[in-house]
Design a protein around this ligand. Structure first.
Ligand SMILES: [Ca+2]
Ligand SMILES: [Ca+2]
Length: 509
């Protein structure tokens, strides 16, 4: 036994010596070889790798106690975005509006809505954000204006400059016995339900509204309308905005009667039995959505922004576009094979439309790879986990998936887009039928079905702490009720906790 032990020790010593000598020889040899060139690093512009945070201005912070979020409120909370590792914020519309669709019905594209503040408040917000290193994007809503807008009023009155600013059309048929009995120009259905055509008594014509009755669609076959869009963009870029999120692009243009025997063609019927003619889904939007003619307009906007960047110093101004469309029509917003370039990127809504609590790992991988597969060469990817139009991320998925989803968002290549509250795992708030204010829920639903359509639950105020109205407002009554879980689920508590959604997302960002 003893001899065996000695032999064992001798063998072990020899092996160790061999390893040491071998390692030294390898190190000497390796040091004589030329090290391989490191891979070339691509210098990325800010928008190619940022964390983009969507603010819903009505619900972030109320500075004056009227129960409605405002610009001064946002300014007072800008440090939060720095804390959270955010690079850029985009605010849902802050422009003058009757607020039927909470700012997506703009009546003055060149001014701030009074409940949100003044131009000076906006300049103050922008100044402080830039000092903190945050980019600020505005919401550009080109498809329609409020019927309260001067453009529309002048168009109704037949003012030569504005006469053709909107989509006016004569009735398809008028009852000879009773002229108030008339048919709209086509069977098109509004996104919020009902005919997309509304009769105007004064003008004695129908106008088109793809969204609410009070959101009249602009006529993008009119050069004056296109020019006005450039004016609006230039105005806000001159003010110092770092770019735009562009709203509702698939609905920008509709079929031209000139191509259809002089009348607006009916959309084909879907054949789905559950829908009645006034309901969205009764028709297939062949002539009202994703028209190929709309893309050159987006490419012109990109040329405009690129030109602006060339002429002005400072950071690159950008266009990020909203489009719920199939993957091919979505990718066309990046550009086309002829070399035209569009948005810096179209938002990728696949995590909203393709995945949910039932999805497994394969579904996630498949969905992620689909975007990367279809995306044009060298384009910038992006991942949207929630927004003001859909149920909040933890509600669509599961509450215990928040940390994982935030980490996935940050790990994927390109831009991480996050909606107000995702950093603390904010869930849908309960909003009763009595408290419902969303035009889509009010138009499409009733007191039994409104929850199928309502966007209010994703828009309830932010939870800062456990004080009155979650620290959002000093007012106990807010424009939408604060979700009941705020004493437990709020930023302050998550900052104090050893482990929380906020702390996990902080590490991920
Ligand atoms: Ca306020
Ligand atoms: Ca349109």
């Amino acid at each position: 036994m003893r001899t065996l032990k000695i032999v064992g020790i001798v063998v072990a010593v020899l092996i160790s010596l061999g390893l040491v000598i071998g390692s030294i020889t390898w190190a000497v040899l390796a040091s004589q070889e030329t090290p391989p060139e490191p891979p070339e690093l691509i210098d990325l512009d800010w928008w190619q790798h940022c964390v983009l945070y969507q603010i819903y201005p009505r619900s972030l912070m109320d500075s004056d106690g009227d129960g409605i979020g405002d610009l001064k409120g946002i300014t007072s909370r800008l440090e939060h975005f720095v804390d959270a590792g955010v690079d850029a914020i985009w605010m849902s519309p802050i422009f003058t509006s009757p607020m039927v669709d909470f700012g997506y019905d703009i009546s003055d594209f060149y001014d701030i809505h009074y409940e949100y503040g003044t131009m000076d408040d906006f300049r103050e917000l922008l100044k402080k954000a830039h000092e903190l290193g945050l980019k600020v994007l505005l919401d550009f809503v080109p498809n329609h204006a409020s019927t309260e807008a001067e453009y529309f009023k002048k168009s109704v009155a037949g003012d030569p400059t504005y006469k053709d600013f909107f989509m006016w059309a004569d009735p398809l048929w008028v009852d000879p016995e009773n002229e108030t009995n008339r048919l709209p120009p086509s069977n098109w259905v509004s996104q919020f339900g009902g005919s997309a055509w509304e009769w105007n008594e004064e003008r004695q014509q129908f106008y088109l509204h793809q969204f609410a009755v009070v959101q009249a669609d602009f006529n993008f076959r009119n050069q004056a309308v296109k020019d006005e869009m450039f004016n609006i963009m230039k105005f806000w870029l001159d003010e110092g905005a770092d770019g735009f999120r562009v709203d509702a692009l698939p609905y920008l243009m509709e079929a031209d009667p000139a191509d259809h025997d002089g009348r607006y063609p009916d959309d084909p019927l879907s054949g789905i039995m559950q829908f009645e003619p006034h309901q969205l889904g009764y028709t297939i939007p062949l002539y009202t959505k994703d028209l190929i003619e709309l893309y050159p307009i987006v490419y012109e906007w990109r040329d405009f922004v690129d030109d602006y960047n060339k002429k002005h110093q400072g950071t690159t101004r950008v266009l990020f576009s909203e489009a719920y469309a199939n993957v091919s029509m979505t990718m066309l917003y990046y550009g086309n094979e002829a070399g035209d370039i569009g948005a810096h990127f179209p938002f990728n809504f696949d995590f909203i439309t393709e995945l949910n609590a039932e999805s497994n790992a394969r579904d996630f991988v498949y969905t992620i790879l689909r975007w990367l597969t279809y995306m044009p060469y060298r384009a910038v990817a992006n991942w949207v986990f929630g927004n003001h139009d859909n149920n909040r991320m933890p509600t669509r998925f599961r509450h215990d998936m928040v940390d994982g989803l935030n980490a996935v968002n940050m790990m994927l290549p390109g831009v991480a887009v996050t909606y107000q509250g995702e950093e603390i795992g904010l869930r849908d708030g309960y909003v009763s039928w009595e408290d419902t204010v969303d035009v889509e829920a009010l138009n499409r639903g009733d007191n039994e079905t409104y929850m199928l359509y309502s966007r209010d639950p994703a828009r309830t105020p932010y939870h800062w702490d456990d004080t009155t109205s979650a620290g959002f407002s000093t007012n106990e009554t807010t424009w939408l009720p604060v979700a009941e879980d705020y004493p437990e689920l709020n930023l302050k508590k998550q900052k104090e906790a050893e482990r929380s959604h906020f702390k996990v997302s902080l590490r991920s960002y």
